[in-house]
Design a protein around this ligand. Structure first.
Ligand code: 13P
Length: 287
């Protein structure tokens, strides 16, 4: 169908009580797998890349790849910068042709986060591009003891979320509610009380990061409380690497790279489909 903004995707998702799955990518196979899964399920989808992934692929090549693949599919697709670290990176992504940028100033003071996000919003909105902001610090696998997720890296304060959204005009908000990136050391305990309060105070579609390992019932519950975008990354990489390792072990000396990569790509299609269905966005692509 077409390349659309995250605002278009998330406003519809929130109204329709489902979430759009956002899959991080850093190569052709990931991107093909995410788009194939979404197309087979007739689901809207977001292809996301963080700065390191953009640097790896080249921003222009990444956007050209997503566009070339997506424009021939009957589904709406967003192209998103994940955890943009600076105003400059957000502006580069505007130039590459992204339809959504995240500015992550969550490690800064609220005042600095607001000031920087305002600049990103002004530039992005002038180009018709959506902006995602972040409040509270969403942990990384390396934050916690023994390299495990520290789910309590920094919970979002609902009053700060309200102030942030009003002051910046972001189109959606990632709020830390006990979620974290990577593999959870134990079942995450999401703070649904915070989520409900944040939704009521801000009214914007909310974004749940660290989708890998969040149980299906929690994903469904979060969606009833205004979550309209859920990010998945580790689960796709893990499935890809495990399948690729098994294929390499089963075919020592194989020199046909496509033969080695095809099962890994197929595994990622299955994983992406499973998570799209968890988000209840299957069948939600519009004409
Ligand atoms: P996971 O790697 O835990 O799925 O998190 C992805 C994410 O939130 C990207 O921003």
């Amino acid at each position: 169908m077409s390349i659309v903004t995250n605002k278009e995707l998330l406003d519809r998702a929130k109204a329709g009580h489902y979430a759009v799955a956002a899959f991080n990518t850093n190569n052709l196979e990931y991107t093909q797998a995410s788009l194939q899964a979404a197309a087979e399920l007739n689901a809207p989808v977001i292809i996301a890349a963080a700065k390191s992934e953009i640097d790896y692929m080249n921003g222009y090549a990444f956007v050209a790849m997503v566009k070339a693949l997506a424009e021939r599919l009957p589904i709406p697709v967003g192209i998103h910068l994940d955890h943009g670290p600076s105003f400059d990176e957000a502006v580069r992504c505007l130039r590459y042709g992204f339809t959504s940028v995240m500015y992550d100033g969550s490690a800064l003071s609220l005042e600095e986060n607001i000031a920087n996000t305002q600049k990103v919003v002004a530039a992005a909105h002038a180009c018709g591009v959506s902006v995602e902001g972040e409040i509270g610090v969403i942990g990384q696998t390396t934050d916690g003891p023994e390299g495990k997720k520290n789910e309590m890296a920094g919970l979002a304060d609902p009053a700060q979320c309200e102030q942030f959204v009003k002051a910046t005009g972001v189109d959606c908000l990632a709020a830390a509610i006990g979620n974290a990136h990577g593999l959870y050391a134990r079942k995450p305990e999401l703070r649904f009380d915070l989520l409900k309060d944040i939704e009521q105070r801000t009214g914007v579609p909310l974004v749940l990061h660290g989708g890998t390992g969040i149980p299906e019932e929690d994903i469904r519950k979060a969606i009833t409380m205004g979550v309209a975008k859920i990010n998945f990354s580790t689960v796709m990489r893990k499935g890809c690497i495990e399948t690729l390792t098994a294929t390499l072990n089963a075919h020592p000396g194989e020199l046909d790279l496509m033969k080695l990569l095809t099962p890994a790509k197929q595994k990622m299609v299955e994983i992406a489909k499973h998570h799209i269905m968890m988000c209840m966005s299957d069948g939600k692509a519009w004409k």
